[in-house]
Design a protein around this ligand. Structure first.
Ligand code: SAH
Ligand code: SF4
Ligand code: F3S
Length: 473
């Protein structure tokens, strides 16, 4: 980093003595890794810190507090954090020389998984805070400013959502016309490759009233599209209203019907789902709810029943395909997306070919694929028959070539058709705005085509690598 960007302190401290800033002047820089749940959590941490006098900054050099919201899903993700902490250590030292303090915190799934080990490996870290305790951040920081190093990774008894402040209206819309809303956290599925049940704990659903109130606040601020989040979002359940003033158990489908009633909310999405939790009501929501976008991220991981069993996915390739048939019957224009792991222990060429065959049968509109990464503490890491890296590389290349081709073909199939687009933001190039198709593709339009937040009809003229180009229909 460039030392010149550190301004000498303007609040009268002696060089070398960390300044005690008035609360209102503090700035926080948050860097987010990993999944959408971490994006949501980073916003909620920013909200908690705003109530504590911190304003957010994009310039790490001016931050009094740097928070890394981390991901532990693959080894590479976790290692990124340590290399970033190395850079931050140097910045912290430079800032100390200029007489300003820079507190460093690690949040998220690496924090939960590695706890105090992070401070041992990176002594520049002042606090480690797990995802279940973000509402305690202001208290933790007060103690850190008093000179303590803190590791806060116990699961809180209290409901963090009840303690996390809501963002101000202006802040909501500054973040955009699309928003995330976490409805469910944690996972009880224990797929043998996955750390999530250990980093995020067991499955918890937020209550209906809390979710509806949060969605209403988002809509009132001008949000048009809400994506419901959960590590296992379609396992969400809760007590909701029933006829005669009674309550009954709702699943995600019923919740989506309720959220679709909120004025202003034009689009709903949810992610990530597990095939075993796609129930009839959720499929019916795809059939009957125009606000529910025709796009479903439904990871299958592998097309081989032997590997699916070893992964503890508790469904077969045929179960998955039969489920897709039911979903497509309910909503014929639905686009499918998935996650794949290649090179799980014991995966043979025949197992991999079964994955390729499943992909050919499904025809995905988009997908994410990864090389298996053994994670400490998961059963997969203890299995024998690990697949050599070179084989994983080669399989990943073949799979990705097929998935990219399917994604491009899906884009091409839309050329010439008229579709709805939600205008989200200015484009990277002058004179353009960027919208979002029902199938989650970015849509590039002329900036005069509509205002941010409008849903307009456009005709697709051509495809880019990952996006669509369109003109007003
Ligand atoms: N809850 C989601 C997945 C969360 S993790 C679900 O059940 O689908 C996102 C994706 O990361 C997974 O779907 C999987 O494809 C991939 N992943 C998880 N653990 C992994 C590991 N150890 N190695 C490689 N990829 C992994
Ligand atoms: Fe991980 Fe499996 Fe749970 Fe998804 S369902 S979060 S892959 S354990
Ligand atoms: Fe990563 Fe944690 Fe999300 S491990 S994928 S940030 S739940």
């Amino acid at each position: 980093m460039d030392l010149n960007t550190i301004e000498s302190d303007d609040i009268g401290t002696t060089a070398g003595q960390p300044a005690v800033l008035p609360a209102a002047a503090r700035k926080v820089f948050i860097k987010t890794y990993g999944c959408q749940m971490n994006v949501y959590d980073s916003q909620r941490m920013a909200d908690a810190l705003a109530a504590d006098g911190y304003s957010a900054t994009d310039a790490i050099g001016e931050a009094d507090l740097v928070l890394l919201n981390t991901c532990h899903i693959r080894e590479k993700a976790a290692e990124k954090v340590y290399s970033e902490l190395g850079r931050i250590r140097d910045m912290k030292a430079e800032r100390a020389l200029a007489g300003r303090e820079m507190l460093v915190g690690v949040a998220g799934c690496v924090a939960q998984a590695e706890g105090a080990e992070i401070i041992r490996r990176s002594p520049a870290v002042d606090l480690v805070i797990g995802p279940q305790t973000y509402h305690r951040l202001p208290d933790v920081l007060a103690r850190v400013r008093g000179g303590e190093k803190i590791v806060e990774t116990d699961y809180a008894i209290e409901d963090k959502f009840e303690h996390l402040p809501q963002p101000k209206r202006a802040e909501v819309i500054k973040r955009g016309v699309t928003a995330f809303l976490t409805v469910q956290e944690g996972c009880d599925k224990f797929c043998t490759f996955c750390v999530v049940p250990y980093t995020r704990g067991s499955e918890v659903s937020r209550p209906v009233a809390q979710i509806v109130a949060e969605a209403e606040r988002l809509a009132e601020a001008g949000v048009r599209e809400v994506t419901l989040l959960g590590q296992n979002v379609n396992a969400w359940h809760g007590r909701g209203e029933a006829k005669g003033g009674k309550t009954e158990e709702w699943g995600l489908g019923r919740l989506l019907f309720r959220l679709a009633e909120i004025p202003g909310l034009a689009r709903l999405r949810y992610t990530t789902s597990h095939p075993r939790d796609m129930d009839d009501e959720l499929i019916a929501a795809h059939r009957d709810l125009p606000a529910l976008m025709p796009y479903l991220h439904l990871p299958v991981q592998s097309g081989s029943d032997r590997i699916l069993k070893a992964m503890n996915r508790r469904h077969t390739a045929r179960d998955y395909l039969a489920l897709l048939d039911r979903i497509r019957a309910a909503r014929p224009d639905i686009a499918l997306s998935g996650d794949f792991i290649v090179g799980f222990p014991g995966e043979t060429e025949a197992d991999f070919e079964a994955t390729m065959e499943l992909v050919r049968q499904v025809n995905y509109a988009s997908a994410f694929s990864f090389k298996y990464s053994p994670r400490p503490g998961t059963p997969g890491a203890e299995m024998s028959d690990h697949v050599p890296e070179t084989v994983k590389d080669e399989r990943l290349q073949r799979l990705q070539a097929l998935l990219v081709k399917q994604q491009q073909d899906f884009g091409l199939s839309l050329v010439g058709s008229t579709i709805d687009t939600l205008i989200e933001k200015p484009g990277r190039q002058a004179g353009q705005k960027v919208g979002r198709s029902p199938w989650l593709q970015p849509v590039i339009v002329d900036e005069k085509a509509g205002e941010i937040g409008d849903i307009i009809q456009v005709r697709i003229t051509k495809t880019g690598y990952n996006s669509l180009f369109a003109e007003l229909a």
